[in-house]
Design a protein around this ligand. Structure first.
Ligand SMILES: Nc1nc2c(c(=O)[nH]1)N[C@H]1C(S)=C(S)[C@@H](COP(=O)(O)O)O[C@H]1N2
Ligand SMILES: [Mo]
Length: 307
């Protein structure tokens, strides 16, 4: 079903990893995972062409950890959602982009994937629960998608709606949650070059438990901002309600930028636990991405930017 010709989660052959970057990355990951097969010949090697500007400065999380320890409340409030998420039908998948745009769009996912150039981005991911991982997403900047619909002058926020499929999502039977899962960014955040739409992970199609077939990735914010299984993107002039800020507004806000100095009301955010090794490392402001995003917040006062 649709993973045709050049598989859309793979960068073109012209994007083969420069050896220089492979070597520095090999150093960064201490040899372990790379030797374990990511650089094996063929499909995976081709898929590995991460932008060196986003070198994560720490080892990649082992794939088996990143793909088996997940937050996905539509399926369960447990981290073990793999078997449940397998039931999510990944095709056909339709993404609607609407609201304050000149050219609203309804896109079949495979059409979308074959029409946008994909790239690999290794990002640190920081969950508000203080676990973290470092993973190679494959996809494209959200900005490229938004350019197609031509945001109108009144558009100030971008809203992301996740799939809600009661037949396969047992979590939807929990009526106290404000389904569907919804998240939002300002338009300025949405068009920042870091803001990414992922359709792949570790050089493969994005697994359902990680938000396949298509998810948002906002690496300088707590993980709950990065909505999974997106079916609708809406541009609006109003700040949207978001899933976790609706459930617990004192604990989770709209901005949710990572900051080690601002504790969650129930725990410290000073350090984080790396999936797999369980090593604890210091948390960085904006998850270490301040160079790209700190200026977005310089004019904002009277808001809790870090929760
Ligand atoms: N639709 C939806 N998106 C979601 C969530 C969710 O429960 N439902 N959990 C969020 C949280 S809290 C985190 S930390 C990340 C986890 O992504 P991962 O499972 O790929 O690590 O997904 C985010 N996106
Ligand atoms: Mo999270």
């Amino acid at each position: 079903m649709g993973w045709s010709a050049r598989r859309p989660y793979e960068p073109p052959a012209s994007a083969i990893t420069p050896e220089k970057w492979v070597l520095s990355r090999r150093k960064a990951v201490g040899g372990g995972l790379i030797a374990g097969g990511v650089l094996a010949a063929g499909r995976r090697a081709r898929a590995l062409a991460p932008d060196p500007r986003f070198a994560p400065g720490r080892a990649l999380t082992e794939e088996r950890w990143a793909e088996s320890y997940n937050n996905y409340y539509e399926f369960s409030d447990d981290k073990d959602v793999v078997a449940l998420a397998e039931k999510l039908p990944l095709r056909p998948w339709t993404l609607r982009i609407e609201g304050k745009v000149a050219k609203p769009l309804t896109l079949d996912l495979d059409q979308l994937l074959t029409s946008l150039p994909v790239e690999e981005r290794i990002y640190r991911h920081r969950c508000v629960e203080a676990w973290a991982m470092t993973v190679p997403w494959v996809g494209f900047p959200l900005k490229a998608l938004l350019a197609r619909v031509e945001p109108q002058a009144g558009a100030r926020y971008v809203v992301f709606e996740s799939a809600a499929m009661p037949k396969v999502m047992p979590g939807l039977r929990e009526p106290w949650y404000p389904w569907p899962y919804q998240e939002g960014l300002t338009l300025a955040e949405a068009v920042n070059e870091l803001t990414f739409i992922a359709t792949g992970l570790y050089g493969k199609p994005l697994p359902p438990q990680n938000g396949g077939p298509i998810r948002l990735v906002v690496p300088w914010k707590y993980g709950f901002k990065s909505a999974k299984a997106i079916v609708r993107i809406t541009l609006t002039d109003q700040r949207p309600a978001t899933f976790w800020s609706t459930i617990a507004p004192d604990e989770y806000g709209f901005w949710a930028n990572v900051n080690p100095a601002v504790p969650h009301p129930r725990w410290s955010q000073a350090t984080e636990r790396l999936l797999g090794s369980d090593e604890r490392v210091p948390t960085q402001i904006y998850n270490g991405y301040g160079e790209w995003v700190a200026s977005l917040y310089s004019g904002i006062s009277g808001e809790q930017l870090f929760r």
